[in-house]
Write a protein that binds this ligand. Structure first.
Ligand code: ZN
Ligand code: ZN
Length: 123
């Protein structure tokens, strides 16, 4: 079981299932929120247990993002009507046991880094 937390420690979460293939999202919203890409993996909603206050932010109708209201850590992404929910790999305490399997929204990525891990890239 994976456990994660935000930077200030007010939000904790537990992942009780096996996360699916991890993704690095380079879209402009993730770039602005995470500084570079946002790396996440997802599980069915009932396999993620969240403790503590989470601010749910909807930047578009497509999804809501879970953020710690105190430290601002971008922890969760939940697509509208999606039975799965994504959690930030960067928030996991200790090894994740997961490797990034795809890069998405690469066309929107910042020009200050290159992706050179050989993993599939989707525009
Ligand atoms: Zn926090
Ligand atoms: Zn994104």
């Amino acid at each position: 079981m994976l456990e994660g937390s935000c930077a200030c420690g007010k939000v904790h979460f537990k992942v009780t299932g096996q996360p699916r293939g991890a993704t690095a999202c380079h879209c402009s919203q993730c770039r602005k929120m995470a500084g570079i890409a946002w790396a996440s993996a997802d599980v069915p909603e009932d396999q993620l247990r969240i403790e503590g206050p989470v601010h749910w932010l909807s930047l578009t109708d497509a999804a809501r993002r879970g953020i710690c209201p105190d430290c601002g850590a971008f922890l969760f992404w939940h697509g509208t009507n999606d039975p799965h929910i994504s959690f930030a790999l960067g928030a996991i305490d200790g090894p994740t046991g997961v490797k990034i399997a795809q890069h998405i929204f690469v066309a929107d990525k910042g020009d200050y880094y290159d992706i050179a891990d050989g993993v599939v890239q989707k525009p």
